[in-house]
Design a protein around this ligand. Structure first.
Ligand SMILES: Cc1cc2nc3c(=O)[nH]c(=O)nc-3n(C[C@H](O)[C@H](O)[C@H](O)COP(=O)(O)OP(=O)(O)OC[C@H]3O[C@@H](n4cnc5c(N)ncnc54)[C@H](O)[C@@H]3O)c2cc1C
Length: 440
């Protein structure tokens, strides 16, 4: 079969790779350079533990604050486009305790299988930089660590079975001497991992080509035309690609791409930023979630990446110097003496965030051969290879994957596209506060 994948981020490349493994003729088309969108400068964490939606209790309070805040990790700025206000209202609705509990349970169940898919890629020869020494959450305030231990107990009740160790006092420096003396403590999530995301997208792109596939760069898809049997995908270079199946994995621009077909998806951009640098002082040996400031610190060999911010409604790609400086300043506040001396990359990128902050994965009803894989929010790295593997089975073998049920497009009901919560799995599970929606 001829399959066109639109978008060469971690999601599109994972789908493309798995489909090429089944022997299909895969073309991945990207408006820019493969792997250079939201999948490039992120923290790279593979984190089943933090797989929770940001649509969670407290979101209303945070949203109100965020309209005026200049130095918080999350910001919401009204976007003039019709539909933004509806998106915000539905996001806040999905943040109720009951709905976010169900969504968390669905994500926890799904992400449980995420790590194995990274091993599967490596076993099949996909080359990427991966680190397997866990993820540490660092707390300045003791009560936050205490609350987090309650959260860990709730995650356990949802089936999280990774090792967890808490370090306090002098044990923190023994665990990772790069962490500033005097923090309240650290929770080490031993089975989490991290990758250098640019190497993962590069490895997947290379593997697709090795399997006989094609990657087209600098070609924006401008039209998707259904035919009686096949799709025509028209690019900005006036190329027409004929496909049996089309996978739309274009991040938040998927929404604009699908609109002419009368398909509405409730996805919004949330802008993040990062700095990657080499430096002097003790480099962290673990990726660190710097809890109070929601900054992510990811060591990649001799480089360190500090990333964060969740600016909803910001679709521009301009580097906001103040936001980046805030992340760096706040991040360094948790480190003993590591300081950047040589900046390698300053980056902005967008997560595609749905109103319930769950991904959309599956066929588009009424559009034979059209498949959607987007809206992975803060979890595209974690869930990318898993999404690709399951989506490929559905597309190539028509084998419906039960694990994808909570993530179907059909969960959004009515003209406003509010999620229909009855379709989420685990309706009996409730998670009390505290929640941690992460900000990776
Ligand atoms: C600061 C930050 C930190 C993060 N940290 C983590 C983390 O630690 N762990 C984790 O799991 N997730 C993390 N994420 C989330 C993760 O980066 C995203 O979920 C993931 O990159 C989404 O991948 P994607 O393939 O959907 O989108 P993208 O990587 O954005 O790819 C979409 C591609 O589609 C292309 N495209 C768009 N429109 C068209 C068109 N019309 N025609 C052709 N191509 C088109 C774009 O050029 C782009 O390359 C983070 C995000 C940010 C911003």
């Amino acid at each position: 079969m001829n399959i066109v994948v639109i978008g060469a981020g971690i999601i599109g490349l994972s789908c493309g790779y798995e489909l090429s493994e089944f022997g299909h003729d895969v073309t991945v088309v990207d408006a820019g350079v493969a792997g250079a969108g939201g999948s490039a400068g992120n923290a790279g964490w593979i984190t089943p533990f933090l797989s929770s939606p940001r649509a969670a209790p407290g979101a209303v309070r945070d949203a109100v604050r965020s309209f005026t805040s200049t130095d918080g990790p999350a910001r919401m700025r009204p976007h003039p486009e019709l539909g933004f206000a509806t998106w915000v209202i539905n996001f806040l609705r999905a943040s109720s305790k009951a709905r976010s509990s169900r969504a968390t349970a669905s994500l926890q169940a799904f992400s449980r299988n995420a790590i194995g898919h990274f091993d599967s890629l490596a076993d099949r020869g996909v080359a990427f930089e991966q680190y397997t020494n866990g993820l540490a959450v660092v707390f300045k305030e003791r009560q936050n660590l205490d609350h987090y231990q309650q959260l860990a107990a709730k995650k356990r009740s949802l089936g999280y079975d990774g090792g967890i160790t808490v370090y306090r006092g002098a044990d923190v420096a023994a665990f990772d001497p790069a962490i500033r003396r005097g923090v309240a403590g650290v929770m080490h999530l031993e089975s989490e991992r991290h990758v250098r995301p640019e190497t993962l997208t590069a490895g997947l792109a290379k593997a697709i080509v090795a399997n006989g596939g094609t990657i087209l760069e600098h070609e924006r898809v401008v039209e998707l035309a259904p035919g009686p049997q096949k799709w025509t995908v028209v690019t900005s270079e006036n190329r027409s690609l004929i496909a049996d199946h089309v996978v739309v994995a274009a991040g938040y621009p998927s929404r604009a791409l699908l609109r002419p077909l009368g398909i509405s998806i409730p996805v919004e951009a949330s802008k993040g930023t990062s700095m990657t640098a080499r430096g002097e002082g003790v480099t962290p040996s673990h990726p660190l979630k710097l809890y109070e400031n929601m900054v992510a610190c990811s060591p990649f060999g001799n480089a360190v990446r500090l990333s964060g911010t969740f600016d909803i409604g910001r679709r521009d790609t301009t580097l906001n110097r103040k936001r980046l400086d805030m992340i760096v300043r706040q991040g360094l506040g948790y480190l003993e003496d590591w300081r950047p001396t040589e900046i390698d990359i300053e980056w902005v990128g967008h997560r595609s965030t749905t109103v319930d902050d769950l991904p959309i994965i599956g066929p588009v009803p009424g559009q034979r051969g059209l498949y959607l894989a987007t809206g992975h929010g803060t979890l595209g790295v974690t869930l990318g290879p898993l999404t690709g593997a399951l989506a490929a089975r559905e597309i190539a073998h028509q084998q419906e994957q039960q694990a994808l049920e909570p993530f179907r497009l059909t969960r959004f009901k009515g003209p406003n596209k509010a999620p229909d919560v009855s379709r989420l799995t685990h309706p009996q599970t409730h998670i009390e506060q505290p929640t941690d929606t992460g900000l990776q």
